[in-house]
Design a protein around this ligand. Structure first.
Ligand SMILES: C[S@@+](CC[C@H](N)C(=O)[O-])C[C@H]1O[C@@H](n2cnc3c(N)ncnc32)[C@H](O)[C@@H]1O
Length: 296
């Protein structure tokens, strides 16, 4: 499956000047995406790619696709435009408390157990959202951890890290500012974690400082051998990202990410994804939650 998903194109097609990619241009762009992001681009995604490039060309006031390709593959501005190009081809759909049934299972016994272990070992609990998009997953986990430790009276600190390949989505994640529409799925009891943002001219809500100071963000391409998360984590979320990679790449990514997980730590993938068959020492607890075997 490709990361180019129609759902988030939101009616822009009709407003765009249309462009047509030649076979050669399409292949060139597809190779660029596959070799840098690792995600595969099926032939039937060509129209979508054309729509998204047309939108970008409008922003840059370019009128021909060859001008755009020159920019993308040219020696000087290429680097800068490449990041913008990768931003426009990735799918960043996310929301607060996405796949709620999985998170409910996590909240029940699993999170309190992780918090208790961290408290016993006198260290902060570490969580990593490894394809965090605009940050809702990071803030969801921060809220859940804060609620769990308050409810269970566990004296543990926690840190939630978020990474993504796209600098555009990371900017939103770091700002921690969301519209009221973004907060539609937010449970009532989480509303106190948001405050009115002072952004002039925008009716935005911002995550409270008590959670913001427990979060950190960094750019990470999951294709890279080196993972920048630092120390090992207790919980990793790699949800709704693996599906975009071919199977052998998925396994390589899972292997690398799993190395950053503590023994007994939890590995969450999306509800439609599986870690079955990766050969990693992981036990399925249900609802796409896996536990790394404790070190012997
Ligand atoms: C559909 S979003 C999933 C967001 C969130 N995990 C969730 O489940 O709601 C997939 C994210 O994967 C990111 N992504 C795609 N290719 C990537 C790569 N090679 N390395 C890191 N992130 C990547 C995209 O930028 C996008 O933000």
């Amino acid at each position: 499956m490709s990361a180019l998903v129609e759902a988030d194109l939101g009616g822009e097609t009709s407003r765009s000047q249309q462009i047509t990619l030649s076979k050669r241009e399409f292949e060139q762009l597809r190779d660029l995406i596959e070799s840098n992001l690792g995600i595969s681009v099926a032939d039937n995604k060509r129209a979508m790619l054309e729509t998204r490039i047309a939108r970008r060309m409008r922003e840059l006031s370019l009128s021909t696709i060859s001008e755009y390709c020159k920019l993308l593959f040219g020696a000087d501005r290429g680097g800068q435009e490449r990041q913008a190009f990768f931003d426009l081809v990735t799918t960043n759909k996310t929301s607060f408390f996405r796949e709620r049934e999985q998170l409910d299972m996590l909240a029940q016994d699993l999170l309190p157990a992780l918090l208790e272990t961290a408290a016993r070992e006198r260290r902060p609990l570490r969580v990593w959202s490894a394809a965090c998009s605009t940050g809702q997953e990071v803030w969801t986990l921060a809220m859940m951890l804060d609620q769990a430790r308050t409810r269970q009276r566990i004296q543990a600190e926690f840190v939630v890290l978020g990474s993504d390949i796209s600098t555009r989505v990371l900017k939103t994640a770091m700002s921690a500012k969301y519209s009221r529409a973004d907060l539609e799925e937010l449970p009532r009891e989480c509303e106190p974690y948001f405050m009115r943002s002072k952004t002039p001219g925008h009716d935005l809500l911002r995550v409270v400082p008590e959670l913001r100071r427990r979060a950190g963000f960094f750019r990470q391409n999951l294709m890279d051998d080196e993972l920048l998360v630092g120390e090992r984590v207790d919980l990793v979320l790699l949800r709704n990202a693996l599906i975009y990679f071919p199977r052998e790449r998925q396994h390589a990514i899972v292997r690398r990410v799993n190395r950053m997980l503590r023994g007994g730590g939890l590995f969450l993938v999306g509800l439609t994804e599986t870690l079955h068959g990766t050969g990693e020492p992981l036990v399925h607890l249900g609802r796409s939650i896996y536990q790394r075997e404790a070190a012997r």
